[in-house]
Design a protein around this ligand. Structure first.
Ligand code: PLP
Length: 400
């Protein structure tokens, strides 16, 4: 492949425009809260930082509770955050062919030590938060909705993140609306909101060096986030990682173990505020594209498109597909992953299977999560995906 071959992103991020960098974009949190119909949102350094603030706040309310229940297939940053606070990680297996908790296992896992349960809206698909709440509240624990990949998703007309006790979104690169790095906290509970704000105020300094780095990276992302240049920052490093057999590096699963906790500058907020004006139309267009793509993919006998709770209005940064076996998935990927079509994988492993997380995540019997990791691939739902691209993808998947 040449240095600058056409490259599609693996997820549908909202492309930034030059005009987004002009001053006077307004208040990012206020604009998003208005769009999503939420109570006031709280901006954080990252989604992971939002989770840290949430866990610290809950721990202060219940110091005797020390355990957090996670789905066994989720972003490695989640157990890293839990571990960094000295809390115990309890993995719960997912249900078969899915990323959401197995309800029987979740029921058995929750007890008097449980501080929080973290249902996760993976790939913009909605997890069963009501069930997690019923199980958590019965034992006196809280629910934190991980909506890192689901900004803009709705359940019964309301934003995700409000049915649980606390919710958070990510504004990282590649996740819908991006400040390069950023996060948002929300809760329907006013007392809890005040406690979250107080918790963050005490522990979030401003670092000029950090902010300058992130601002430059944001400019770089804005410049390169287009099919003509994306191979520079995404496709070429991906192919290099794949050639050396480093799958975790290929999808960006390897994170530092210390979590940055800085304030986001007005300047980056301003960029996000301007871009946010285009978010509702962008999400709506993505939804229409995804529904068409889903029809085509579901007509293939070997493909199952992973969906969330019925009757919900999720977002579609990508489509998660399950193939009949790991072998079939790997065969499809060997034909598609390096092609610049935005086909990739979600997280490489179930959490116990990351070598670098040993010492943080204990081994656990989580066969469904492992099976999901082994059979899943993703199709990026970017605005640049053409009918020809789709045809190429479908052609390969039809052979599995
Ligand atoms: C990205 C992600 C996070 C962490 O968000 P950051 O903003 O990158 O810190 C947490 N959970 C899930 C499911 C994610 O995809």
């Amino acid at each position: 492949m040449s240095l600058l071959s056409r490259e599609l992103p693996p997820t549908a991020g909202l492309p930034l425009q030059a005009g987004d960098f002009l001053p006077g974009g307004g208040d990012l949190c206020a604009i998003l809260a208005e769009q999503l119909g939420t109570p006031p949102l709280q901006l954080t350094c990252s989604g992971t930082h939002a989770l840290l603030i949430a866990l610290r706040t809950l721990r202060r309310r219940a110091p005797q509770r020390d355990t957090v229940i996670l789905p066994a297939y989720t972003c490695p940053l989640v157990p890293i955050a839990v571990h960094s606070l000295g809390l115990r990680i309890q993995l719960c297996d997912t249900r078969r062919d899915h990323f959401d908790f197995d309800p029987v296992a979740l029921h058995a896992a929750a007890d008097a030590r449980t501080l929080a349960i973290i249902p996760t809206h993976l790939g913009g698909r909605i997890a069963d938060v009501d069930r997690a709440c019923a199980i958590a509240h019965r034992v006196g624990a809280w629910v934190i909705e991980d909506a890192a990949q689901a900004l803009g998703a709705r359940v019964a007309g309301n934003s995700v993140g409000l049915r649980g006790d606390i919710g958070f979104f990510s504004l990282a690169a590649g996740k819908g609306l991006s400040l390069l790095e950023g996060g948002l906290l929300l809760t329907h509970d006013e007392a809890l909101r005040a406690a979250l704000i107080e918790q963050a105020a005490g522990s979030t300094p401003f670092s000029l060096r950090w902010e300058l780095t992130r601002s430059l990276q944001l400019l770089g992302l804005a410049a390169c986030y287009r099919p003509s240049l994306l191979s520079l920052v995404y496709g070429n490093p991906l192919r290099r990682a794949l050639r050396s057999g480093d799958l975790e590096a290929a999808v960006g699963d390897v994170f530092p173990l210390d979590i940055p906790q800085h304030r986001v500058s007005r300047w980056r907020q301003n960029v996000g505020a301007r871009a946010a004006q285009r978010l509702p139309a962008f999400l709506q267009a993505a939804r229409l594209r995804a529904l068409q793509l889903r029809v085509q993919l579901e007509s293939l006998p070997a493909v199952e498109v992973v969906d969330g709770m019925p009757g919900t209005l999720g977002t579609w940064p990508m489509l998660m597909l399950l193939l009949p076996s790991e072998r079939a998935r790997d065969k499809a990927l060997s034909a598609l992953w390096q092609r610049g079509l935005g086909v990739s994988r979600m997280f490489i492993h179930a959490l116990p299977d990351y070598a670098y997380l040993r010492g943080i995540v204990a081994d656990a019997d989580v066969p469904n999560a492992r099976d999901f990791a082994a059979r899943c691939l993703t199709v990026g739902n970017s605005p640049w995906l053409t009918h020809e691209d789709t045809r190429e993808i479908v052609k390969v998947l039809a052979r599995q």
